[in-house]
Design a protein around this ligand. Structure first.
Ligand SMILES: Nc1ncnc2c1ncn2[C@@H]1O[C@H](COP(=O)(O)OP(=O)(O)OP(=O)(O)O)[C@@H](O)[C@H]1O
Length: 249
């Protein structure tokens, strides 16, 4: 089965629970950032974060989402990952999706590192036997040793990132979703993490990444979609992506 993502008139609106929305609307009307403030069919105020998007991504696509703050990049990644449902329109996804958005979401601070590896596997729908087969590899990659037997609330932020990065990148998927290129840990770990991430990206059929770094988009992507106020305002085919682990500022 070939991997693909197809959107027709894909729209995501967020209701605004705010009494003074009329004055709010006036205030934000002239801002250059953010989705458009309007009303839904029931005349309730909403932010239109994605406004009737049409696009098609196929095998081999490395899509870079660019645009100003609040233009809708994260909302698009979240709707592709299933965190949000479209308010209107259609979204058809063929293939298994892995999301590297919000990698720390769902971590239980009172559970140990090992238990968190297991819990995340269950949340991702894996059978216990499958999780057990991956645990050693994930544990080795973190280099956290005996700390994996301690509750993660005792971890430093760098240790926590090692764990969540190792867990999130242990799943092979057809479609990979990223909000900026992940870069974690101290110098040695960062190099190791970059290799692991590159392997994951290379093996995915489709990559969709949002970034404010033009160099990253040029290095990694072969398509660029520019969003403004929740709409696609430009779509560009880039040169052949060389797909290296990018150097980040
Ligand atoms: N949960 C939410 N509730 C209400 N409005 C939201 C919510 N999430 C996003 N928005 C609005 O949707 C619009 C798009 O936001 P989004 O986070 O997708 O932008 P972005 O392009 O990822 O921005 P950035 O580059 O700053 O990360 C913005 O106007 C934002 O205020």
């Amino acid at each position: 089965m070939s991997t693909s993502i197809s959107a027709r008139q894909l729209t995501v609106e967020f209701p605004i629970f705010e009494n003074s929305h009329r004055s709010l609307k006036k205030k934000v009307l002239h801002l250059t950032t953010g989705g458009t403030i309007g009303n839904d069919a029931g005349n309730h105020p909403v932010v239109c974060a994605l406004d009737a998007l049409d696009f098609e991504f196929k095998d081999g696509d490395r899509v870079g989402l660019v645009g100003h703050n609040g233009s809708g990049k994260t909302t698009l990644l979240r709707v592709l990952s299933g965190i949000y449902s479209p308010t209107r329109g259609q979204l058809k996804i063929k293939g298994k999706t892995a999301s590297l958005l919000d990698v720390s979401t769902g971590v239980d601070p009172d559970a140990t590192g090992f238990e968190n590896i297991y819990l995340r596997g269950i949340m991702n729908g894996f059978k216990p036997s499958m999780i057990r087969s991956k645990i050693d590899e994930i544990a080795d990659f973190t280099e956290l040793g005996e700390y994996l037997n301690l509750p993660v609330r005792t971890y430093s932020s760098g240790m926590m990132l090692r764990l969540t990065f190792a867990i999130s990148t242990s799943i092979q998927a057809d479609i990979l979703l990223m909000d900026e290129w992940l870069s974690v840990g101290d110098a040695d770990f960062r190099e190791k993490a970059a290799k692991r991430l590159k392997a994951l990206v290379d093996n995915a059929s489709i990559l969709v990444i949002a970034s404010h770094n033009p160099e990253l988009i040029d290095n990694v992507c072969n398509k660029k979609l520019q969003l403004e106020h929740g709409k696609i305002v430009a779509s560009e085919v880039l040169g052949q992506a060389s797909n290296p682990a990018p150097t980040l500022a």
